[in-house]
Design a protein. Sequence first.
Length: 263
Amino acid sequence: MSKRAAHHALRSTHRSRRERRIEHTAEIQVRTTLRRRKVVTRAGVMVGFLAAMVIYPVMGTIAPYANAAEQLPGVVKGESPTTATAILGAGPQFESSDLPLPTVDDQSGAVLTANDVPVTSSLLPDCDPDFDPVMSNGNLRSDQLCSLWISGQALRPDAALAFAALNERFRTEFGTDICITDSYRTLSSQYATKASKGYLAATPGTSMHGLGLAIDLCSSHAYGIYYNWFANNAATYGFWNPDWAKTSKYEPWHWEYQTYDQY
């Protein structure tokens, strides 16, 4: 091959490489341009979505209050309100109300009225409200108890009189006396109850029954409308269904008399 032919071939090879580089560069630019267009398009879509879902609703909420500061008392247009007024607005405007005063809750009602029930009752004419408060659980003397109208049932005098008053109201509502299965328990009966009922019974010597301050309703009066009635009215006479009897040991039939010395 002559020198001219060789030189021409070399130039052809050189041109071919250059042309390939140019073409490759052009392809890269095209791909880059396409990527940028895709990114811009997606960004536009996201901005539009953000505007539709967030910005417009917010602006729609804020716009009606754009001149709210000028509506505040003491604010003059062109003068800036105080920071507190601008943020918090004017103070609350109180209007007169004829609503009744709030009442005390059930437990407070029990505290306030437990010792205010009538001390005499046609059902318990021999119950003496004056008694010796010093007593041993399960070992109450006869003068520390008052027999109820139910054979074999008794309570401490103050609890007995309160329960008699509660029973009178119950009888007015339902036309019958409150039915109970248990009241005062001697220490020996507490042991017997513990043996038969297990964890449901209190440790002998610690039971509220042993102080003559607890009653157990018959199952016929422990549920439904009767339980609701007791829940709404018993506290007025000092009786309540303890929290433990509503959770760990479910005993809707167990009600206790609360006294001032328990607080």
